[in-house]
Structures are given as structure tokens and as C-alpha cells.
Design a protein around this ligand. Structure first.
Ligand code: AMP
Length: 584
């Protein structure tokens, strides 16, 4: 079946599809629709979310349902309330030109009486979560022996969510059916067992390889130190200014913490986890669906059934233990034939897990270098430029002010003007990322400042320019490394990244510092006394194992100060930048 016209679907449905703008059937639709329409029996279809599977079962289901008969003829089971509502609304849209169809969604968390009334009022298709359907069965509000067609949507997710008992109750009462169609992204043992138990000889349709992830998705990963994961997350988000993303955390606690940090740092983000009330959950989901929320940070459980189109990036803030969970996570992007990126931020310890997931999901993961501060700024700059080009100029509103504006700016050249406009936003990022640390992990544990920065000409200095400095205080004065780093960073405003190795002796110390900060350090110590002694500061010879400013030599190993994270950047400026981010 190459086109919908040759699918055998009735005219009203073809009109509905056309109105939705579906021109050609997706692979899963090409495979499933003809079989579903002609094959009286069961089908097991392995298909990812976002591949058009709702229409793959929804269109034949509507075609096979008789709108003149006023009782439930078909049931679609979905893992979550969100998916239930989504599928219901999709079915209603497909059937827009087929009069008399009634589709009812039944799910937990709302009045069952109202749902019972709706089911009894002549609905032909019920879209249900397993738990609520069992309630309806037990209250004898629905007679399964009259139901002709059953669909299990996202069967693996329903089983992962612990609906095995409910499925057993429902499926054992579904013996009179004509057909059962099971859709699953992965063929887990549990899915296999359901199909073996309740579907005697199903037709197996596979779209792509078993367990394979959607081919439209690019899989990339970044390796960093555990403590740097959050900074890497920010870099990734900042280097993708148009991101519309779903960030997965392993636990509720992580989800809350990351969401709080991101919100504090000015990102357009919210959390989705099990502790939210249904109202809050709906509010967050609506914002995400509408695209006014740019980053949704969620647990796997809470994100089940999120079928939002146009998610540009899925970010795995840590890898899931279960391979299938990765398939589900990444399947939230790259929907409806669009391209998507699934990014994993992890640590060296978990690099083997990447290989395991690669084998399971039959996907190739590309290891990427964590963007430097300069690269982030560069991306932001191009985004600003694009924003200037694409901006909708409201001539009528701005024209009255133009004479005054021309007058004010008349002495500036075109080049100067462009530079100034672009700088308005850019400066904030530049400031924020000035001196940003290289977060990549290299052999021999060497940390550098952004190595590519000097070549970009963005004013972020490259590595290799260190001076060893002598200070006449030592541990006899009660100075330790931590205190000393604090003194430099907090009191003298020296960026942590600029501070290299510190060696403390009894009465004096030596430390490496980016040459740029030698002068401020001299000023900082000016007039300072410790235990009544005037503190003396001098430039010293490089350490034996470090050739300061040698360019090709080994760079100093930076101290990992405890305050690294908090001093990451002056946050105020970044908040501004974050708040100004466009949400898609
Ligand atoms: P689904 O996997 O059913 O959730 O579908 C993912 C998205 O693809 C939905 O937004 C559908 O509206 C869209 N879609 C489904 N089938 C087609 C098609 N044949 N052509 C274009 N878009 C489609």
C-alpha cells in the first residue's frame, strides 16, 4: 500500500486523513492497515511511538466499527491517562467526516459515574487505561463479550507499569473478539508472554529491527565527571538555543533537584514527577504541549504516554538501568518523520552501558566533545543573528519612533550598529562563559581551559598561559588549600578555573594562576597582613613538572575546589540570558 487511496479505507476516513494533512502513509501504517482491514485475527506489531501507529490501528478500527450500532464494539487500552486522551482525540479527528461515531476516554482520577454514563450512552469505541476498565467491568458497566476488536497500545509500557493483573482480567474476558492488535515498542519477555497466552496465532509485523530505535534519531553522548553533569547539561542546552527538550532523570529526587536548579538558573523549565497533583501535572503538560515550556524534566514513570510532537532533544541525565527504557525515552523525539537527537550525559563508569544499549537498540552512539564556553557563545551569537533576521518588524507601531532613533544613532556606521545590536544579548553569555572550564575528561586527568576558544576570537583566552606565584603565608599561619582558594575566588573574584596547583609549605606557598589574573592578585594582597606580618607576593619560577606558558608543555593540573559549582558563573547575568530565551 503506497497511498491511503489504495488502503481500502472508506471515503469518510480518507477525507478525515486528507483534512489532517497526511499525504502518504508512514511505514507502520503501510504495513498494518491492509492486514488489519483484511486479516481476521490477531496482530502483534513492533513499532515505536511517534511513527504514526495511532492511525495504523485507529483508521482500520474506525473502518471496522459500525456507527449505526450503539454499543461498545472496540476497546483501545493505553498505559496512561495522557495517552488515552491523545488517542481519543486522534480517533475523533480521523472520524471527523464519518458521522455518528462516539469515542469515549475512560481513565482513573476522575468521576467514574460520568464515564459510565458516557459508555452507556451508545459509544462505539472506548479508549481506556487498564485499571479503570477493570472497574467498569466489575461494575458491569461494559460487556466485553460484545466487543469485536481490542487494541493494546504501548503494551510494554502497560506491563512495565504493573498492569499485568488488569490485562489478565481484561484479556481473559475478551474471548469473543474478532481481533486483537498489540502494539509495542519493544518485545520484552512480558509482552511475549501476553501474546503467547491470549493471542493463539498472531501475525507478527515488525517495523525496523526488533527493539530497534527510530532511525530518525541521532544518539550522542558526553562523558564527564559526576560533579560536572549539571554544568554539562547547561552547556548542551545553551549550545542548542532552539531546543524543545525532555530531560529524563533516574529518580524523583534528581528530577526535583535538577528542575529547581534549572529554574533558579533562569531556564524555561519545569518538573514532572509522581508527587505532583493531577492539576499541576495537567498544567505542566499543557504548557509543554503548547510549546510555552521549553524544557520538561521528568522521571520515566511520569513521562509515560507523553506524545508531544516536535521534541527536538531528549536528554538522558544519566542512563536508565533497563535497555528498553532507553528506547522509550529516545522515542519521544524524532516523531512523525522528523529528525531528533537523544543525548546522554554520563560518566566514565557507565561507558560500557552505552555499548550494551547500542547492541540492544541497534543504534550507533557518537561520543561528542563537551562544547567549550566559546562554542556555546558562538552558537548563541548565531542564534541572535538569526533572531534579528527573522524578527517580525511591527512597522506601524515602531515607525513613529524611528526619527528619534535615527537621530540618536546617526553617527554609527552600519557595521557598528550590527555589532551593537548583536552584542546586547551576546555580552551576557560571553560574560557568563568567560574563562569557562573544559569539562571533557582527558587521559592523565588534565583539565584545560577552553582549548578552541582563542581560534574563535570570542575573547575567551586559551590554555597554556600560567604564572607561578609566591605568597609569604603558609600552614603555620593556618592557611590550607581550601581557605586559600576561597580567599582568591570569593574575596578577590578570581575565577576558580584560573587557579592551578597550590603547594603550601610551612611559612609560604606557591600556586599557578592564569597570567591574566596576576595583577588583580597583587592588588588583592596589597596591604594585607597575616599574624601581624605583611604578606609579600612575587612571581616565581615555574614548577619542575610544569612549563608555564610553554604552549606545547603539560598544563597544570587544576585544583578541584569544593566551591567549583557555586562559583560557576555570576548567576544574575545568566538568569537574564535564560529568561530571554525563546521557547521554540
Ligand atoms: P503517533 O505515533 O500515532 O503518535 O503519531 C505521531 C505523529 O505523526 C502524530 O502527530 C500524527 O498526527 C502524525 N502522523 C501520523 N501519520 C501520519 C502521516 N501518514 N503523515 C503525516 N503525519 C502523520
Amino acid at each position: 500500500m503506497k497511498s491511503f487511496n489504495e488502503s481500502g479505507l472508506n471515503e469518510a476516513l480518507l477525507k478525515g486523513i486528507e483534512a489532517l494533512g497526511f499525504e502518504t502513509p508512514t511505514p507502520v501504517q503501510q504495513l498494518v492497515i491492509p492486514h488489519a482491514l483484511t486479516h481476521k485475527g490477531d496482530i502483534v506489531a513492533l513499532a515505536q511511538t511517534g511513527t504514526g501507529k495511532t492511525a495504523a490501528f485507529g483508521l482500520p478500527l474506525l473502518h471496522l466499527t459500525d456507527p449505526t450500532i450503539r454499543f461498545v464494539q472496540a476497546i483501545v487500552l493505553c498505559p496512561t491517562r495522557e495517552l488515552c486522551m491523545q488517542v481519543t482525540s486522534d480517533l475523533v479527528n480521523y472520524a471527523k467526516f464519518a458521522s455518528q461515531f462516539k469515542v469515549t476516554a475512560v481513565y482513573g482520577g476522575t468521576s467514574i459515574d460520568q464515564q459510565i454514563r458516557a459508555v452507556r450512552s451508545g459509544t462505539q469505541i472506548v479508549v481506556a487505561t487498564p485499571g479503570r476498565l477493570v472497574d467498569l467491568i466489575q461494575r458491569e458497566a461494559i460487556a466485553l463479550d460484545k466487543v469485536r476488536h481490542f487494541v493494546l497500545d504501548e503494551a510494554d509500557e502497560m506491563l512495565n507499569m504493573g498492569f499485568k493483573d488488569e490485562l489478565d482480567i481484561i484479556l481473559s474476558a475478551a474471548g469473543n473478539r474478532d481481533s486483537m492488535w498489540l502494539f509495542s515498542a519493544t518485545m520484552s519477555e512480558e509482552v511475549r508472554s501476553i501474546s503467547r497466552t491470549y493471542m493463539p496465532a498472531p501475525l507478527e509485523l515488525r517495523i525496523g529491527n526488533k527493539n530497534a530505535v527510530n532511525e530518525n534519531i541521532e544518539h550522542v553522548y558526553y562523558i564527564c565527571r559526576p560533579d560536572d553533569k549539571y554544568s554539562v547539561l547547561k552547556r548542551i542546552v545553551d549550545s542548542n538555543p532552539g531546543i524543545f527538550g525532555l530531560i529524563f532523570c533516574r529518580t524523583k529526587a534528581d528530577t526535583k533537584e535538577i528542575a529547581e536548579q534549572m529554574m533558579r538558573d533562569g531556564y524555561n523549565s519545569e518538573a514532572l514527577h509522581g508527587d505532583l497533583s493531577q492539576n499541576d501535572r495537567d498544567r505542566v503538560m499543557n504548557r509543554f504541549r503548547e510549546g510555552t515550556l521549553q524544557l520538561l524534566i521528568a522521571t520515566d514513570v511520569a513521562a509515560r504516554g507523553i506524545d508531544v510532537n516536535d521534541i527536538s532533544h531528549v536528554i538522558n541525565y544519566g542512563l536508565p538501568d533497563d535497555n528498553e527504557v532507553y528506547t522509550h525515552r529516545s522515542g519521544r523525539t524524532g516523531r512523525a518523520g522528523k529528525k531528533g537527537v537523544s543525548i546522554t550525559i554520563t560518566t566514565t563508569k557507565f561507558e560500557d552501558r552505552i555499548r550494551q544499549i547500542e547492541r540492544f537498540a541497534k543504534a550507533v552512539f557518537t561520543k561528542k566533545v563537551i562544547p567549550s564556553g566559546a562554542e556555546v557563545c558562538e552558537q548563541q551569537l548565531y542564534n541572535i543573528v538569526k533572531g534579528i533576521r527573522d524578527i517580525d518588524v511591527r512597522h506601524e507601531e515602531i515607525d513613529p519612533f524611528m526619527p528619534k532613533i535615527y537621530e540618536e544613532l546617526q553617527d554609527l556606521s552600519k557595521e557598528d550598529l550590527i555589532k551593537r545590536f548583536a552584542s546586547m544579548e551576546f555580552n551576557r553569555f560571553l560574560e557568563y562563559y568567560k574563562g569557562a572550564m573544559d569539562l571533557n575528561i582527558y587521559p592523565r586527568n588534565v583539565r584545560t581551559r577552553s582549548s578552541s576558544s582563542s581560534s574563535t576570537g570570542l575573547g575567551i583566552k586559551s590554555s597554556g598561559s600560567f604564572q607561578r606565584v609566591f605568597v609569604s603565608i603558609g600552614d603555620a599561619d593556618g592557611v590550607d588549600k581550601r581557605e586559600f582558594v576561597k580567599l582568591l575566588s570569593r574575596d578577590m573574584q578570581i575565577p576558580i578555573e584560573a587557579i592551578g596547583k597550590i603547594d603550601i609549605s610551612r611559612t609560604y606557598l606557591h600556586f599557578d594562576i592564569d597570567k591574566e589574573f596576576v595583577a588583580p592578585i597583587r592588588t588583592g594582597f596589597e596591604g594585607m597582613k597575616v599574624n601581624g606580618r605583611k604578606v609579600r607576593v612575587d612571581e616565581a619560577m615555574p614548577r619542575n613538572d610544569v612549563r608555564a606558558d610553554s604552549g606545547g608543555g603539560r598544563k597544570p593540573v587544576f585544583q578541584r575546589a569544593d566551591s567549583d559549582r557555586s562559583s560557576d558563573r555570576p548567576r544574575r547575568r545568566f538568569e537574564d540570558a535564560g529568561k530571554n530565551k525563546k521557547s521554540r
